[in-house]
Design a protein around this ligand. Structure first.
Ligand code: NAD
Length: 490
């Protein structure tokens, strides 16, 4: 009988109203570490009710006071980085170093949100007519909520939550049921913030909990990150219920290598991008498109470097790559590799039989590379979300851009070149929301929006930065007339 996690609602740790639970498994050992409630609509009913009550006081708390809690949040996370990173690695599988890097990204978003007193400022026009002024006020919406995926248990809620509460909204975080322990520990630590009760809440669960969020009348703004089919469902259902929704989906990111690219840097960056976090990053390079003779210059070196990466338990110091999240995920990825081979791709590096001594029940797959992948094949088009890199060869930059533009996803696209002209053409023409030039993971800093396109994003305003501030506020236009005569007569 392992621990069942609790929800955090209105400043209290509360059991879910649902009796059903799901196991949280350490993907490196295959062992259960705890259980998480499957969740139900009553949990959301309770959280949304308290968060809505708390909103009345929170929206009237000056922004300068609201951000004082965020300054403390940053200090708490920094002081507990190792402890939180260890929990993250245990439930998510990524290496300890990768978990710590994720923490840095979370903290950067808190830092940006601390600028809310300035970021919420708006425009003022004096004398639109004689003695009449017009201006815009940005006001919070009410209760916001975010629904997170498994692959960044620390960082992703911080793309939204700090901005939302700094703007005067109250909030509900719904972590992924696969990795709920990290955010639970963060919420335990955040108790020392002494935020007014009900401002920050966390509800565990899966599908039923998400659907309750999408329909609840007290929740007008929802941020989602996850796979494309669920992102679409969240966007469609949420907007149908009159909410604003920003919904980030899956990806299939291509990296173009030009013949003039610096081979050494390019190979190192591509291998880090493709196999970091076991390929379970929404900005991971999953396809390399070599142009002309670039193929000869980089392919063998990519294979050699990928082969040198050590797969194992992310808590072991010299391990480069951890396991994938679940056994089902491992089986799905192995099946897709076979599909690729059956479709005519060459297997240049095969990680399917990797063995990790002492961790025989872990969900390990070693770095895998498929060559001469056909862009019409299933393995090229499907988001694999594992340590599998496909290589495609074309003759021109235009052909490479054309392939990227035909892709249903548009999370990111990168180019490696020494030519400013090629880089410019690429950035101008590639249909993807985050572009990298000699960069392998084009992850925007917190003061830029996380700008997915096509089926990688549904909505208009993205997470992070000024977009998050706009998303979590509504504009009120005020037109004012003040007449001196009135005061004299009074
Ligand atoms: P997922 O879609 O399975 O789950 C995401 C969230 O949705 C979870 O909280 C889960 O509880 C909920 N959910 C799952 N199925 C649901 C359903 N049928 N109805 C309602 N809610 C449901 O995603 P995942 O496997 O946790 O994460 C991996 C995916 O997330 C990949 O596709 C990856 O590309 C994507 N991702 C995208 C970004 C981005 O910025 N675009 C960032 C990280 C991850």
């Amino acid at each position: 009988m392992s621990t069942i996690l609790k929800n955090y609602i209105n400043g209290q740790w509360i059991e879910s109203k649902s009796d059903a639970t799901m196991s949280v498994i350490n993907p490196a050992t295959g062992l259960r570490i705890c259980r998480v409630p499957a969740g139900c609509s009553q949990d959301i009913e309770e959280a949304a009710g308290w968060a809505n009550q708390a909103w009345a006081g929170w929206r009237n708390t000056p922004a300068t006071q609201r951000v004082q809690y965020l300054f403390k949040m940053k200090q708490i996370l920094e002081a507990h980085t190792d402890e939180i990173a260890e929990i993250c690695t245990k439930e998510c599988g990524k290496t300890f170093a990768e978990s710590k890097a994720e923490m840095t990204r979370a903290v950067e978003n808190i830092e940006v949100a601390c600028g809310i007193p300035t970021l919420m400022q708006s425009v003022f026009s004096e004398d639109i007519a004689t003695g009449v002024d017009e201006f815009v006020i940005r006001q919070p919406l009410g209760v916001g909520a975010c629904i997170s995926p498994f692959n960044f248990p620390i960082m992703i809620p911080f793309w939204f939550m700090p901005y939302a509460i700094a703007c005067g909204n109250t909030y509900i975080v719904k972590p992924s049921e696969k990795v709920p322990m990290t955010m639970t520990r963060i919420f335990e630590l955040f108790e020392t913030l002494n935020l007014p009760k009900g401002v920050l809440n966390m509800v565990h669960g899966g599908r039923e909990t998400v659907d309750a969020i999408l329909k609840h009348p007290f929740i007008p703004a929802i941020s989602f990150v996850g796979s494309t089919p669920v992102a679409k469902h969240v966007y469609q259902t949420g907007t149908l219920h009159g909410k604003r929704v920003q919904s980030q989906g899956g990806a299939k990111n291509a990296v173009v290598v030009m013949p003039d690219a610096d081979a050494e840097t390019t190979v190192k960056i591509i291998v880090d991008s493709a196999f970091g976090c076991a390929g379970q990053r929404c900005l991971a390079a999953s396809v390399v498109i070599t142009v002309g003779e670039a193929s000869e210059k980089v392919t063998q070196n990519i294979i050699a470097l990928a082969q040198s990466k050590k797969t194992g338990n992310g808590m072991v110091a010299d391990v480069d790559m951890g396991p994938v999240i679940t056994m089902e995920s491992k089986e799905r990825i192995i099946k897709l590799i076979q599909t690729g081979i059956d479709e005519g791709a060459e297997i240049l590096l095969d990680g399917r039989d990797v063995k990790v001594t002492g961790f025989e029940d872990g969900n390990f797959i070693g770095p895998t590379i498929l060559g001469k992948v056909n862009p019409d094949s299933e393995v090229y088009k499907t988001e694999i979300f594992g340590p599998v890199l496909s290589i495609v060869n074309v003759e021109t930059l235009e052909e490479a851009i054309d392939l990227i533009n035909k892709n249903r996803y548009g999370n990111s696209a990168c180019i490696f070149t020494r030519s400013g002209a090629a880089a410019r053409k690429f950035r101008h023409n590639a249909l993807a929301g985050n572009i990298g030039v000699n960069i392998g993971v084009a992850a925007p800093m917190a003061f830029f929006p996380f700008s997915g396109w096509k089926e990688s994003f549904f909505g208009d305003l993205h997470g992070q930065s000024s977009h998050a501030v706009e998303f979590y506020t509504q504009t009120k236009v005020v037109i004012e007339r003040w007449n001196e005569e009135w005061s004299r007569k009074f």
